[in-house]
Write a protein that binds this ligand. Structure first.
Ligand code: UDP
Length: 365
């Protein structure tokens, strides 16, 4: 029999209800990195003996963890909202339906964990009897969201978690954010020592990710760029295709983790070109886990992940020349160091320890 981990003795066994993002089913990729963080955390918490149930839109897929699928209309993605965009809820909102379900069954749980970057769960917080932990997966986007999050942060100060310090700094309640990072099931990611002659770009294809910068950099060095990820803004993608008819890039598609890591692992470097304050950038740690150096703009999460000149290069934001310089020096990076950083900082154990401590504190109060 496996020996019990030390966390078994230190932590209470909790009944946890995870409420997923309402922009699409878990596993679809529409929700971006928070889908992977939720899946990994659900897996790790279950593994530690906690009872985890996930609530998500119909079609959500999850191995080894019970999932309650809820019907209804998905929320619009809010990445392109303006500061003064009002709160929008569609008719028969899946977000509303998920939280209605949570309200009915709340007494069966010790803690709810909200993964939706949306107004409603924050608004509803004071009306619940069970504590709610809010894991915020993006930087500040609208005033209306900031206002409701701030209200909850002031009234329930320990309940707000974020990925990174720079993400937290975009909010008025920055000083009380719990920084939780992310983590991976490293057994799924295989180290690749000898790369092939291509670069990679991974993520939702949407304006805030500035894929065009990576295409431009790849064109300047004349190395093929393979693009992996969900097209969540079709118009943006078509504009890119028109603007770069001859650039050496190839859209590969959207893959599950096992397939993605295999293709990502063989590239020379991952390019990360966020135009917004990237909250974390799960793709950075996925690349590192495969031994792939990351060349990223010094903006948001990647700037806290990449160790400049050791596991990649941090370059001036929006500078194509900076990306090109990083690509030209990629041989200086030892791929083993990348894998080692992932193992040291981004294992499921590290992720689980941070969240478990947070959950324990919330339940004990
Ligand atoms: N992703 C994936 N398959 C693909 C491309 C991307 O599953 O083919 C996932 C990737 O694993 C990561 C997410 O898409 O979890 C992108 O998340 P990230 O944190 O980098 O950015 P976000 O979309 O949250 O802004």
């Amino acid at each position: 029999m496996e020996p019990l981990s030390s966390s078994f003795f230190e932590s209470l066994m909790l009944k946890l209800l995870f409420l997923s993002t309402p922009v699409g089913p878990l596993g679809s990729g529409i929700g971006g990195g928070v889908e992977l963080t939720l899946l990994n955390l659900a897996q790790e918490m279950s593994q530690r003996g906690h009872q985890v149930t996930v609530v998500g839109p119909v079609g959500s897929t999850l191995d080894h963890v019970s999932c309650r699928e809820i019907s209804g209309t998905w929320q619009e993605m809010i990445q392109n909202n303006h500061r003064d965009t009002p709160i929008i809820l569609p008719e028969n909102s899946v977000l509303g339906n998920m939280w209605d379900y949570a309200r009915k069954i709340q007494s069966d749980y010790d803690l709810m964990v909200n993964f939706a970057f949306d107004w409603l769960p924050f608004y509803l917080t004071p009306f619940f009897e069970v504590p709610i932990a809010h894991f915020i997966s993006m930087g500040s986007i609208t005033d209306a969201f900031d206002e409701i999050m701030n209200r909850v942060a002031i009234k329930y100060p320990k309940t707000i978690g974020v990925y990174t310090r720079s993400q937290g700094e975009t909010f008025p309640f920055n000083n009380i954010c719990r920084i939780l990072g992310s983590g991976l099931d490293l057994s799924l990611y295989h180290y690749c020592e000898i790369p092939e002659n291509y670069l990679a770009w991974v993520g939702r294809i949407a304006p805030e990710k500035a894929l065009e910068d990576a295409i431009e950099a790849a064109a300047r060095v004349n190395i093929p760029l393979k693009i992996f990820g969900k097209v969540t803004d079709e118009e943006y993608w078509q504009t890119i295709r028109q603007n770069y008819p001859h650039a050496p890039y190839q859209y590969e598609g959207f893959f599950n983790t096992v397939e993605l890591q295999e293709k990502l692992g063989r590239c020379q470097a991952l390019l990360m070109t966020p135009r917004w304050v990237e909250a974390f950038g799960n793709v950075a740690i996925e690349a590192l886990a495969c031994g792939v150096p990351v060349i990223a703009y010094t903006r948001g999460g990647p700037a806290e992940i990449v160790q400049d000149q050791k596991t990649g290069f941090l370059v001036e934001p929006d500078s194509i020349a900076g990306l090109v310089d990083g690509i030209n020096h990629i041989d200086q990076i030892e791929r083993k160091q990348c894998r080692q950083q992932a193992e040291a900082d981004y294992s499921l154990k590290a992720l689980g320890d941070r969240f478990e401590r947070w959950f324990d504190e919330l339940v004990e109060n």
